[in-house]
Design a protein. Structure first.
Length: 481
């Protein structure tokens, strides 16, 4: 079915990019002095938890093939490349006591080459590969980790600040906290849904704020860069226009995005989260809320620690009021705290459940971020893309998805006045998709994981994206305003 796409040009200052993350592409897991990190440990200790018992030991072998990756980016014509640093490649034991010069050299070469090719690096300091020593100390359940992260951030600003002007502290704390420490679906695989999610959220936002203040106080004046955190959320659409369903959708957004965005942009946890977790904790007979209380000093310290909003999003779901759940006792659990019913429309095109072709949901989400969070003057989409579960080189579904999401983005910009200034497709390469191993393919470039050379083959979406970047327009002919 033909869908009408926006015929507006992308604004002149709009930036296009592609993204990857260290563990998902680099490989060389124990090479040249790199230390062990959480996902090395997890995939090696519990191979059965990963589809086909795969791991990222070699992944796309980008540790050796990074030049080829940059060639692909150059050819594509992107304005920026979002990549992440492997903390334990730079600091094998996590702390600044021991710096691995090979790791420093690796990233220096990449950043230099990107700059030489006029590609702006968007650098994420932490994309889930926690040095294993910190996992042994409790990982993100231990607030002390925030200090170690801050040390790593300072060192990274010192080492790479001349090349990097856009820093992202942490990727998707929601995924880490809900899946890593709540449901156990990702490393470290902990199931502490009632408490762990909130403790992890606390440590993540504290770590982010520390890194932000370090940049602000020690580097901003000389380096002139900016700092943010990547937050992810699907869009929660009310299941009906009934007030109860609208409230259910707002509650879902508060628990998914608000838990992290509210303290950073508005100050403190969302009130609905404070109330629901607090009341349920009381009803469960607990002496205090399972949600850590932020002190007035912490609220002030964490608030306003972002220079622009980084958004990752892939899909939409409906939220509906769920009768009786709010009163139920004896189930200290993140999802019971939210207490709503969620569902998808079976008509929505989707290959995996959380990536769905719902461009209007994306537009609503952009509007939500724009109006809900104080002081947001700019939004950059740092991840969005389509998942296949088999190798498809003529990936028309991906082209459909990305073109319709980009069209929705243009509508949000031109019709709704949302200042969204960048879009980053996930991903440049098919890569190690965490517990899904190599079974989910989100790259615009195919990587042959059966081939020792990890041969890269651009898909149709790569050529299509290249044309959009060159024309700055989604259709045959665009109009200027
Ligand atoms: C509070 C909400 C209540 C109920 C929710 C209902 C279910 C709705 C669907 C939510 C989606 C859940 C899982 C989503 C996870 C993604 O945000 C996450 N996997 C994205 O991570 C990034 O995606 C890339 C592709 O998987 C990945 O490779 C990259 O490293 C991640 O940054």
């Amino acid at each position: 079915e033909d869908v009408a796409l926006s015929n507006r040009y992308f604004p002149d200052n709009f930036k296009f990019g592609a993204a990857t993350a260290s563990y998902q592409i680099e490989g060389a897991w124990d090479e040249d002095g790199k230390g062990e990190q959480l996902w090395d440990w997890y995939t090696h200790t519990y191979p059965d938890k990963i589809r086909n018992e795969n791991n990222g030991d070699i992944a796309c072998d980008s540790y050796h093939k990074w030049r080829e990756d940059i060639e692909l980016l150059k050819e594509l014509g992107v304005n920026h490349y979002r990549l992440s640093l492997s903390w334990s490649r730079i600091l094998p034991n996590g702390t600044v006591y021991n710096i691995n010069q090979n790791g420093v050299n690796y990233y220096t070469k990449i950043l230099e080459t990107l700059r030489a090719n006029n590609i702006e690096p968007l650098v994420t300091l932490y994309h889930w590969d926690l040095p294993v020593v910190f996992h042994e100390m409790g990982g993100w359940l231990n607030p002390k980790i925030a200090d170690y992260f801050a040390d790593f951030a300072r060192l990274s600003f010192q080492l790479f600040g001349r090349y990097v002007k856009t820093w992202i502290t942490i990727n998707e704390p929601q995924t880490t906290c809900v899946q890593g420490y709540g449901t156990g679906g990702k490393a470290p695989g902990y199931v502490h849904s009632g408490d762990g999610v909130y403790q992890c959220a606390y440590t993540n936002i504290l770590a982010h704020a520390k890194a932000y203040h370090i940049y602000d106080e020690e580097f901003r004046a000389t380096q002139n860069g900016r700092v943010s955190i990547v937050l992810d959320s699907a869009w929660a659409e009310p299941g009906s226009s009934e007030l109860e369903d609208e409230e259910a959708a707002r509650t879902a957004m508060a628990f998914s995005m608000g838990l992290y965005a509210n303290p950073i942009y508005n100050g403190n946890w969302p009130q609905v989260v404070i109330d629901r977790v607090g009341n349920r904790s009381l009803n469960e007979g607990l002496p205090r809320s399972r949600l850590p209380q932020l002190t007035p000093e912490e609220i002030e310290y964490i608030k306003d620690t972002s220079d622009f909003f980084c958004l990752n999003t892939y899909g939409t779901y409906y939220a509906q009021y769920q009768n009786g759940v709010n009163e139920s006792i004896g189930d200290p659990n993140y999802y019971s705290d939210i207490g709503i019913h969620t569902y998808s429309d079976p008509e929505w095109e989707a290959v995996i459940d959380w990536v769905s072709l719902v461009p209007w949901g994306f537009r609503s989400l952009l509007n939500f971020v724009w109006t809900e969070y104080d002081g947001v003057e700019e939004i950059v989409v740092t991840e969005n893309g389509w998942a296949d579960v088999e190798t498809i080189l003529e990936d028309t579904q991906r082209i459909n998805y990305v073109s319709q999401y980009l069209s929705a983005l243009l509508d949000a910009y031109y019709e709704d006045g949302v200042n969204v200034t960048g879009y980053t497709v996930w991903s440049l390469l098919d890569n190690f998709e965490w517990t899904n191993g190599y079974t989910q393919k989100l790259g615009i470039v195919h990587v042959d994981f059966d081939d020792e050379e990890r041969r890269r083959t651009p898909k149709s979406s790569y050529s299509w994206y290249k044309r959009v970047l060159a024309n700055r327009c989604l259709v045959e002919e665009c109009v200027r305003e």
